[in-house]
Ligand binder design. Sequence first.
Ligand code: ADP
Ligand code: MG
Length: 387
Amino acid sequence: MMAYFHKHLGVKLFLSYFAVILIGAIALIATTRFTTQTAFNRHLGTVEQISHSGNMAGQQGSKSIEETGEQRIAFRENLYTQFQDSFREAISWSALTAGITALTLSLYLSKLVIIPVRAMTSASRRISEGHYDERVQDQGEDELGQLAHSFNQMAEKLETVEEMRRQLIGDVAHELRTPLTTIKGSVEALEDGVLPASAETYTQILHEAERLNHLVDDLQELSRVEAGAYEMNLSSTEIASVIETIQKRFGYQFEEKGISFKKNLQPNLPSIQADEPRIVQILTNLLTNALSYTPKGGEIKLEATLVENAVQISVKDNGVGIPPEHLAHIFTRFYRVDKSRSRHAGGSGIGLTITKHLVEAHGGRIWVESDGEGLGSTFILRLPSEG
Ligand SMILES: Nc1ncnc2c1ncn2[C@@H]1O[C@H](COP(=O)(O)OP(=O)(O)O)[C@@H](O)[C@H]1O
Ligand SMILES: [Mg+2]
């Protein structure tokens, strides 16, 4: 009962009105009890005097019987008027007391509703002015409490989004600055004749411009996947055939870098519901990284097995590895273990963030394992199988 009362604003309001009426009535009755006596004494005391003087007259025997009858009528009228007056007086005092009590109680009860609403109004105003850390006090369990709770959740979300936005702008500015500074420096040096106007210089400038281009493409893709603003065309997909396609695409690069590629697929793997080009994109990102972070003569192994109703794909290399303190951050955008090495490889630190989003969009998950620096890395992803 009390729990129900606490959880419903409607019940609270209803009971508040009821309490105001009830307490008003109680105050009325209680006050009437005290005021009636006084009023009675004061008003009906005069009647007593009149009747007393009437009796005195009767005793003297100088008045007729008629006169005594008239006196009785007058006495009754007087009694009635005095009674009416005493009743009115008593009820007026009682009504005043009851009114004040009801007013005080109503004020108090309406404050209970108004205070949290006012708090939320001023908090939302502060938030709209950019103070995203503004929160309202926890208000209990009724609808107002729930509203306050949702309000705080919304404020928290806004704060996170704002923080992410700020961080993103900072990161992007930082990422753009390096290639832009290099291009600007090179062109100035060309102008001053410090750098020779050779093919090499132009290639270097072009290379930086391409890096910028690549970064902008990555950012565009990142914003699309983060906003979920892309279509997923799910269809029954055979992982073995996707891996075949990927292997063909990377064959030349493996050979060129002198890296041996091994493939190990469990036979009769179930198909998965997936957007095939997206799965290709995921594996391309992982293999590009494996290629970038594995030195000449290394080895990359691609495995696919069935684990707990999911197809598990792992991309294992024996390259530079990832120190344990970096493992938790590797999927964060712009995060790179070795910035200069990654930059040299044309990386912006966005690839894995996009990859993670795409895996999760398929209802799967991805994680990384590495024994440490120089000991290779393994990226593992699981995608739920069909049926
Ligand atoms: N196979 C790998 N071996 C070692 N480090 C890796 C590997 N794959 C990714 N990393 C680390 O994770 C970081 C983020 O990867 P990614 O998001 O693809 O960005 P990018 O490749 O553009 O630097 C890389 O900079 C690198 O430090
Ligand atoms: Mg990458």
